[in-house]
Design a protein around this ligand. Structure first.
Ligand code: 9UX
Length: 72
């Protein structure tokens, strides 16, 4: 089953930051698509909820050096 979730990311100040976040999350098993909007500080992720969890995604962002939380 697929799910799509938006996260709010803080700490990104340049385009390279957003690429780091995108790449790290994209490489997680179960993630189909990860897209960062630097201007809105949002990360949109399409993933298989049977394989990866939102907390694993948040953790990956944190390990990359940024803060993440669920939007809404
Ligand atoms: Mo450039 Mo973004 O050092 O942290 S990657 S500002």
């Amino acid at each position: 089953p697929r799910d799509e979730t938006t996260f709010i990311i803080s700490g990104m100040t340049c385009a390279s930051c957003s690429q780091t976040v995108e790449k790290a999350v994209s490489q997680l098993e179960g993630v189909k698509k990860a897209e960062v909007n630097l201007a809105t500080e949002k990360l949109n992720v399409l993933f298989d909820e049977g394989v990866v969890t939102t907390s694993a995604i948040i953790e990956t962002v944190q390990v990359s050096g940024y803060e993440a939380k669920l939007a809404s």
